[in-house]
Design a protein around this ligand. Structure first.
Ligand code: NAI
Length: 338
């Protein structure tokens, strides 16, 4: 009998053991590589594909996966998948909606604390055999205004942590959760008001057409001088050029970024050199990313906010469950369009 084929991309050895023990009734293949336009032909017989966000799910790639019925992304965000193509081709897409609500918010807080207490510079100082604190004066969080954009799973945790640090919180969301706001002790505000009042702005929105460049030149012009911007959501929420200008002019006091526009070209720059068509690459943004990484008031981590031991276990457990439910005929965690 032909077994249903499931292919897991971007896997680590520990994930293989986890999955093998749980999906015994299926033919499961594991690849360390990402799914790409170059290797897709090898996987044309896959009925289910699971990957992280590094894999490519453009219409060009998807059109070559003739047996594909389901994509189980091991992420919350699914902006790397052409959902319209999937919908028209009856390919189901599931995600892991809530593995990292505390994990990602903890990372956002870590970026903020690192900036406000100048931790990376302090560590560099001691490593250079100097134990002198002059020039490393930081800032308190207590009493400052935190502006949170997106009050879903992660944003709510960020709000709780900010309140615990004695910050006042203003939040913005398309669907305000007023009950949570009154219980937790913060208020929702219009975006312009939040921009004008916040000392720190932390982004927890999904990346969509509507949220593309929500932080742009105009938005930054409305913010307080010295505002700190934290982004652990998606690079495309920020217009890099506007942030770079803001940092250069001193309007923006600092940025903690776990995600960047054009980040896929940062991890594999050698790919750039071998690409025939450079049309899709914004070289100005790529260069600004490099320049920002060297600014003392910018901290960049390599899309690492999800990456805690506990979150990784939750991701793989939920993904296995999503795949099992699909084969059992009762899909779980399908993304909103389906
Ligand atoms: P969520 O879906 O629970 O919350 C998103 C919130 O944004 C919702 O409350 C929704 O109403 C609001 N929203 C959506 N569109 C909006 C719009 N146009 N204007 C205003 N509000 C809008 O998502 P969750 O779990 O909090 O994750 C947020 C994002 O964080 C994900 O979409 C993902 O891109 C990113 N993420 C990043 C990770 C990392 O490792 N850096 C890991 C996990 C998630």
């Amino acid at each position: 009998m032909n077994m249903k084929k499931v292919v897991f991309f971007e896997t680590k050895p520990w994930e293989v053991d986890y999955v093998n023990g749980s999906l015994k009734d299926f033919e499961v293949e594991f690849c360390e590589e990402k799914l790409t336009a170059e290797n897709v032909e090898k996987y044309a017989d896959a009925e289910v594909i699971s990957s992280f966000i590094g894999s490519t799910f453009t219409s060009e790639v998807l059109s070559k996966l003739k047996s594909l019925k389901m994509i189980a992304t091991r992420s919350t965000g699914y902006d790397h998948i052409d959902l319209d193509y999937c919908k028209n081709s009856n390919i189901l897409v599931s995600n892991v909606p809530s593995y990292g609500e505390n994990t990602v918010a903890e990372h956002a807080m870590a970026l903020l604390l690192s900036l406000s207490r100048r931790i990376p510079e302090s560590i560099d100082r001691v490593r250079a055999n100097s134990f002198i604190p002059e020039g490393l004066t930081g800032r308190d969080l207590k009493g400052k205004v935190m502006g949170v954009l997106g009050t879903g799973h992660i944003g709510k945790n960020m709000i709780a942590y900010s309140l615990a640090f004695g910050m006042k919180v203003l939040a913005y969301d398309l669907y305000p959760d007023e009950k949570f706001a009154s219980e937790a002790g913060f208020s929702y505000a219009e975006l312009d008001y939040l921009f004008a009042k916040a000392d720190v702005i932390s982004l927890h929105l999904p990346y969509t057409k509507e949220t593309h460049h929500v932080i742009n030149k105009e938005a930054i012009s409305k913010m307080k001088k010295d505002v700190v911007i934290i982004n652990t959501a998606r690079g495309g929420l920020i217009e890099t050029d506007a942030l770079f200008d803001g940092l250069s002019s001193g309007k923006v006091g600092g940025a903690g970024l776990d995600v960047l526009e054009e980040e896929k070209f940062l991890s594999e720059e050698v790919v750039l050199l071998h690409m025939d068509n450079h049309g899709e690459v914004n070289f100005k943004v790529a260069l600004e990313n490099h320049m920002m990484a060297h600014l003392p008031n910018v901290i960049i981590t390599p899309h690492n906010a999800f990456n805690s031991k506990e979150a990784l276990e939750r991701i793989i457990t939920t993904t296995i469950d999503n795949v099992k439910c699909y084969f059992g005929g009762s899909c779980k965690n399908l993304v909103a369009h389906q």
